[in-house]
Design a protein around this ligand. Sequence first.
Ligand code: BG6
Length: 472
Amino acid sequence: MSYKKLDEFPKDFFWGASTSAYQVEGAWNEDGKGPSVIDMAPVVEGTTDFKVTSDHYHHYKEDVKLFADLGLKAYRFSIAWTRIFPKGNGEINMKGIEFYHNLINEIIAHGIVPIVTMYHFDLPYALAEKGGWSNRATADAFVNYSKTLFEHYGDRVKYWLTINEQNMMILHGDAIGTAASGDTENPLQDLYQQNHHMLLAQAKTMVLCHEMLPTAKIGPAPNISAVYPASSKPEDVLAASNCSALRNWLYLDMAVYGRYNNIAWSYLKERNALPNIAEGDMAIMAKANPDFIAFNYYNTATVAEAGESDFKNSTGDQQITIGEKGMFKGTSNPNLVVNEFGWEIDPVGFRNTFREIYQRYALPLIVTENGLGAFDKVEADGAINDDYRINYLAQHIEQIQLAISDGVDVFGYCPWSAIDLVSTHQGCSKRYGFIHVNREEFDLKELKRSKKKSFYWYQALINEHSGIAVAS
Ligand code: BG6
């Protein structure tokens, strides 16, 4: 549908940007922080580890000042569970509590709204050693951790995100570095048992948040994308429905409606992989209600009918759909171009995704990640002319406005990433930020910050939408 005139972005729209703790903070073992699964995972050859990253831990004041200069109305970041509880549970590390006190205060002092993810891939290693999410006790540890966050930061943090991209951890845990050992006779059942425990932890946390912090809002943060059939062949349409159920709706149906998606459930049943559900679990799932849905969007998936042959589950990349025996087979979409890393770019798919989510759940939406990874070049005069990033973001923002005009309630956009950081498995040379950090994979240099062309572009865009006159 096209419009003669598009609806405006709401005046109080959260023009934001995103990071995650383990990708930006560094200081991986400082001030009492315990190791996470990411710290203990093997480093991908040719790329940096996560020990220093952008050293935001030591540069946070400078960084928040830059975020304010960028004009951010909101900043979405995560808290490292292992700074608060070095072993995942038990004794609190007051130095960790203090760091986020300071960070949150700094953010608020600069007029920026903090949006906090409680868990972004960095499960405490001590919990992983005890079975990780396969162990129901991890769900209890998460709830205890979230209670601690609510107690310490609930007076200032009004927007909470539970678990970042739970669906990607389940579907592509190998690529992200979060996969559990799989030391079990029935790996698929174990995987979906982990999934059940995460869903349970999330549900309990949402209930707790509403009890403890009546004015705060909380929601899930999966990676959601529209799934296209490769053709109009009915079997391909069915394959798209299968893929969407396993990739998207399994997670959101539970978060919002408190029930297992029927297609996902039938898939698990057929493979003898149903999770064990303890008495009372489903009552908690039903009781938990998110206030909004946060989602990350990078691209869409296109799938065809799949035969009975096996697919390798991990592609080495979390954004590329491979397939699932008897369910769907990932294909490339001939209508889309790809970025330098083979990720298809689909701005219109963004609008499709907004529409699908909103029609299904009718909850306010916020985008907590969207962006372009690229090898930026620093010119001799220090400039970084990342026009490709500007184009990508501009095209996606245009589609948000179209989605708003379609009647979708969108209250924020937090592109990935506020500042350069280390990618999940492709190092720090794959850059996403508005702010450049001058380090290389194995040379930390001075970690100096500088503004890219996209910084000035986003700043002007935010100012324009906020009615702030821009000096020419
Ligand atoms: C999302 C994650 O999957 O995509 C981020 O939430 C991640 O942590 C982002 O960095 C981009 O992916 P990558 O692999 O390029 O870092």
